[in-house]
Write a protein that binds this ligand. Structure first.
Ligand SMILES: O=C(O)CCC(=O)C(=O)O
Ligand SMILES: [Mn+2]
Length: 200
């Protein structure tokens, strides 16, 4: 069996309508999750960006950092890359051990409290290729992550706790949107890393 076949055999993979999802709540130990949260919080060049929404420039409700070899453009925003830090590189290698691909970039998101969020979107920029594999690693506060099927409106929800890994694969980005909604609950900081492969 090829590497891809082997990897999809793992019991953490689930087939959904037009896509595949890998979900492992304890991908990192609690100690590792605390360690990586504090290192990434202290060392990544976090910044808040403006993006174009309905023709207007608005501040994104979260901080971000973009690491890898190439610039990345979405919603009218081009992010210049910083090199992968030692911690990002360690986590990239860990994710590659279970993902059916390799990664060359990571978008890091910092949600400062429950009012920070990520709106409904698909990770379907052309430079991600036809069927992108996106590995999403969560650290810090637990937040709700929701996927919604574009055709039947079925929703799948996860409470993404620290150290959990969720991978979206197959045709999923063509048929589902995903979001991290705002919440009125008191929430501390959460870091999410989305490892991607940018086709150059
Ligand atoms: O924070 C998350 O869990 C999701 C982040 C995400 O969807 C993205 O960076 O594209
Ligand atoms: Mn996304």
């Amino acid at each position: 069996m090829d590497r891809q076949g082997d990897l999809f055999e793992s019991s953490f993979w689930q087939d959904v309508s037009h896509g595949r999802i890998y979900y492992q709540p304890d991908f990192l130990s609690r100690i590792e999750a605390v360690h990586y949260f504090s290192r990434l919080r202290a060392t990544l060049p976090w910044h808040q960006e403006h993006i174009m929404m309905f023709g207007r420039s608005v501040l994104q409700p979260r901080l971000q950092a973009w690491h890898g070899d190439t610039a990345y453009t979405y919603s009218g925003l081009t992010m210049r890359p910083s090199p992968l830090t030692p911690e990002l590189n360690e986590l990239k290698v860990r994710c590659e051990a279970v993902a059916p691909t390799t990664f060359n970039s990571v978008l890091a998101n910092l949600y400062r409290n429950g009012q920070d969020s990520m709106g409904w979107h698909q990770d379907n920029e052309p430079e991600l290729g036809t069927n992108p594999v996106i590995a999403s690693l969560s650290l810090g506060e637990t937040r709700r992550f929701v996927l919604r099927n574009l055709h039947c409106k079925t929703q799948i929800e996860y409470e993404l706790s620290p150290g959990s890994l969720l991978i979206m694969a197959g045709e999923l980005q063509h048929h589902w949107k995903h979001a991290v909604p705002k919440t009125a609950k008191l929430k501390g900081e959460r870091i999410n890393l989305t490892f991607r492969h940018i086709v150059t």
